[in-house]
Design a protein around this ligand. Structure first.
Ligand code: IPE
Ligand code: IPE
Ligand code: MG
Length: 258
């Protein structure tokens, strides 16, 4: 570990120390949490590190947060790792992110909730390399019978892309006579989303100070609660998760009722 990286680790410990430790109600844990893992680049820049170092630090945060979510009983965690728009970045950065994801998947026994997590990748895989796609299939198959939380990794994922895909699937089903146009309702459309068999997304968290969805879970977020933090993702800790969950537990979710 370089000096700058060690300073980064020390800084994270300080962040953790000064972040208040709040209490959460263990009987009201959100079933499904979405996280926009943002701020890796700014985190790295502030420390004079490369953007790819920020992504690496972000991957470490994902391990800690997945472990924590598993511990408190979150059943589904959907994390935004790479959007359909992120291809606009320099090829070197895109390559570094893809390589990191490959590495991450290859080390799954030590990393991402090696113990009991079911891992799935959501998004359009057609643009991913054959090597990465093969690894994804291997990891999904290897973890498919696990009974712990499901970790959905959104990779080349876009909410609009997902809705378009669902619309195409629905149109195809109509043309094959499997369903009538009138039969297409919310439940049916939900089932065509990548998260089709998951419960509703209760809470969406975005670190790094940005307050937008950036094309994440557009269909699923209809009644999600939102929580934003200025902390960049590499500095994010289980204590931040606790604050987000405590805040979520105070919200009055009316779903259009009174
Ligand atoms: C999020 O961090 C990771 C990806 C989008 C792949 P960023 O790389 O967007 O970090 P910032 O927003 O530039 O700080
Ligand atoms: C959203 O972050 C995508 C991921 C975190 C993977 P971006 O950094 O791409 O979003 P914008 O560009 O700030 O909206
Ligand atoms: Mg960003």
């Amino acid at each position: 570990m370089s000096l700058k990286e060690s300073l980064g680790t020390i800084y994270k410990k300080l962040v953790e120390l000064v972040t208040p430790d709040v209490k959460i109600d263990m009987d009201n844990i959100p079933k499904h949490i979405g996280i926009i893992m943002d701020g890796n680049g700014r985190w790295a820049k502030r420390r004079g590190l490369k953007r790819s170092d920020g992504h690496r630090a972000g991957a470490k945060t994902l391990e800690d947060i997945t472990d924590y979510c598993s511990k408190i009983g979150v059943k589904f965690l959907t994390v935004y790792a790479f959007s359909t728009e992120n291809w606009k970045r320099d090829k070197a950065e895109v390559d570094a992110i893809m390589e990191l994801i490959y590495e991450y998947m290859s080390n799954m026994e030590n990393l991402i909730g090696g113990k009991d997590c079911r891992i799935r990748v959501i998004g359009d895989r057609s643009r991913l390399s054959d090597k990465l796609n093969a690894k994804i299939l291997e990891v999904e198959d290897y973890t498919k019978d696990r009974t712990g939380p499901t970790l959905n990794i959104a990779l080349n994922y876009g909410g609009r892309d997902e809705i378009l895909r669902a619309a195409r699937l629905a149109a195809q089903a109509v043309s094959e006579g499997k369903i009538t146009a009138d039969g297409i309702d919310e439940k049916y459309m939900s089932s065509l989303m990548y998260t089709g068999d998951n419960p509703e997304v209760d809470l969406i968290i975005r670190p790094s100070g940005e307050k937008r969805l950036s094309n994440f879970l557009l269909w699923q977020c209809a009644y999600s609660e939102f929580w934003f933090s200025n902390t960049c993702w590499p500095d994010f800790t289980p204590k931040h998760m606790k604050i987000a969950i405590a805040e979520y537990q105070k919200r009055n979710r009316r779903f259009g009722g009174v």
